[in-house]
Design a protein around this ligand. Structure first.
Ligand SMILES: Cc1cc2nc3c(=O)[nH]c(=O)nc-3n(C[C@H](O)[C@H](O)[C@H](O)COP(=O)(O)OP(=O)(O)OC[C@H]3O[C@@H](n4cnc5c(N)ncnc54)[C@H](O)[C@@H]3O)c2cc1C
Length: 491
């Protein structure tokens, strides 16, 4: 689906000279051009066309990266920042070759936890699993917010792509929870953004506590898919970890009726997270990979997580959740509310994984291919989107897998039809289905995130021209030689 563009990188400088320079900067053990080493960086789980990088380097510090960026800018050599390649959008495939910078191996330290102002200062390679363990072992009174991504996916990769995690009903997009960034731009400048901006050469680790009130330059690096600079440090907010937690499972009969259910519960302002999935996904979770829906079965299941600093606060929230469900029933919605913690005991520990994130969710990783139309969505359109997309799944004889979230107490939502498939076997069918879903959802105003280039191509046709002009102007101003992750957003 993505068109692979060939770019003659070694007109100005030979490949041998580049290799020598990389060895000088990173040391012989941290540079490779061997095909066997490069191959794993050439593809991901999605439909996006593979492409080999020319080199992979493993940095240890920002000094090395400044030298690299200056050299690549002079010689117009692409740099593709990489953490663990789990973005599910082909975003780290080096579409035009060049150098993959793998942050995951050595720039993966938790630099500081500020317990007082509740944030973690991270290098880009820190994973969800590492952050969770560090907090549980050392700061059990603090928590972070986790996605359904595996524990080996990167925290910084997630926040700079506006991830949606298991506190998102309260917090909204994870991009909003960034306090500060340290970034290297194409001219080799090291920039600190946020309250950490005081101090010429260094910043106190305790100064990364706020993003405002200066002009918000952070927007130049969030959602840009590594196209505007290399993030070398990132401060993310943490939150108090309440001792009392509970998850309820809502089972809903009637395809579109899940819309009002999750919107109404979202508006109660008492839930940490709401995620809803087609009922077929519940069957996948209990190890039925190709489920068939039986007449009379419910259509959707949703998880509502609540928490409280005291038991009575948790009970009050439970009471209000139950009242909200009762009111929905009075309006004719058929819904059952069950205790998810009890429900999961009926099955293997794999089902429990959905409640104890981060975890490897079997239904998402059991095939060689995984892709989705992941989007921020207008929630008033859910009733229209759900049956239409469900019909598309049925048309292609693929078990429906619709995943939704309510964000920031129902100000907006996530609509994500997910496709798992066998690569090299079902690829054509899955591409066609995804393409139809994308066309339908974009026409209804959904805004895809973690967008592969074939999808941004579609979006460009309907985006306001003024926006596109400004976007292209910013990219060419901040990265005039188009060295950072070229090809993304069709640059
Ligand atoms: C099974 C599965 C389930 C998932 N579920 C969810 C979910 O529920 N919610 C959710 O939000 N996400 C989800 N994701 C996506 C995932 O959480 C994030 O996209 C992931 O955490 C990104 O981290 P990464 O290590 O894979 O980054 P990568 O994929 O390596 O990089 C992500 C992007 O950031 C850029 N980048 C990397 N490092 C830097 C840097 N230092 N400076 C600048 N740019 C950089 C890359 O070029 C790329 O564009 C899921 C993924 C999988 C595989």
């Amino acid at each position: 689906m993505t068109e692979t563009k060939e770019r003659n990188l070694y007109e100005k400088i030979s490949k041998e000279t580049v290799f020598k320079k990389l060895e000088d900067i990173f040391g012989i053990k941290n540079v490779t051009d061997k095909p066997a080493d490069l191959y794993p960086y050439s593809y991901d789980m999605t439909e996006c066309e593979p492409h080999m990088p020319d080199f992979v380097v493993i940095p240890e510090n920002s000094g090395q990266l400044i030298e690299l960026v200056k050299f690549c800018d002079q010689n117009s050599i692409p740099i593709v920042p990489y953490i663990s390649g789990n973005n599910v959008g082909g975003l780290t495939i080096p579409e035009q070759g060049g150098i993959v910078v793998d942050f995951g191996k050595k720039m993966n330290k938790i630099l500081h936890i500020n317990d007082n102002m509740m944030y973690a200062l991270l290098e880009p390679g820190v994973t969800f699993g590492e952050l969770k363990k560090h907090l549980d072992d050392n700061y059990p009174h603090l928590r972070y917010s986790y996605p359904f991504a595996p524990p080996y996916a990167g925290v910084v990769g997630n926040v700079i792509l506006s991830g949606m995690n298991n506190l998102s009903c309260k917090l909204g997009s994870m991009g909003d929870s960034i306090n500060g960034l340290e970034v290297i731009t194409a001219d080799g400048e090291l920039i600190r953004i946020g309250s950490c901006f005081y101090g010429k050469d260094t910043a106190d680790d305790d100064s990364w506590w706020s993003r405002y009130p200066m002009p918000d330059l952070m927007g130049l690096f969030i959602n840009w898919q590594g196209m505007t600079g290399l993030v070398t440090k990132c401060a993310v907010q943490l939150w108090p970890n309440p001792p009392f937690k509970k998850t309820y499972l809502g089972i809903v009969f009637g395809l579109p009726d899940i819309g009002p259910v999750i919107r109404e519960v979202g508006r109660t302002e008492i839930v940490d997270d709401i995620s809803a999935v087609s009922i077929e996904v519940v069957k996948m979770a209990v190890e039925l990979p190709e489920p068939v829906k039986i007449a009379g079965e419910p259509d959707f299941a949703c998880l509502f997580s609540i928490s409280g600093k005291t038991e009575s606060l948790l009970r009050a929230k439970e009471e209000y959740l139950k009242l909200t469900i009762e009111n929905l029933k009075k309006k004719g919605i058929k819904i059952l509310l069950v205790d998810a913690d009890e429900f999961t005991k009926l099955f293997s520990l794999r089902v429990r994984c959905h409640l104890d994130l981060p975890a490897v969710i079997l239904s998402l990783v059991e095939y060689s291919g995984l892709t989705w139309f992941g989007s921020y969505a207008p929630t008033h359109k859910l009733e229209l989107l759900i049956p239409k997309v469900n019909d598309l799944f049925i048309k292609y004889k693929v078990p429906p897998f619709i995943y939704m979230k309510i964000m920031k107490h129902a100000h907006y939502g996530i609509f994500r039809p997910i496709l798992r498939y066998n690569k090299y076997k079902d690829e054509e069918k899955i591409h066609n289905l995804l393409n139809e879903i994308a066309e339908l959802c974009i026409a209804e105003g959904c805004i895809p995130y973690k967008t592969p280039a074939w999808m941004t191509e579609k979006m460009r046709k309907v985006i306001n021209p003024g926006w596109l002009k400004l976007f292209d102007k910013i990219k060419s101003c901040i990265d005039p030689n188009n060295i950072f992750n070229p090809g993304r957003w069709n640059t």
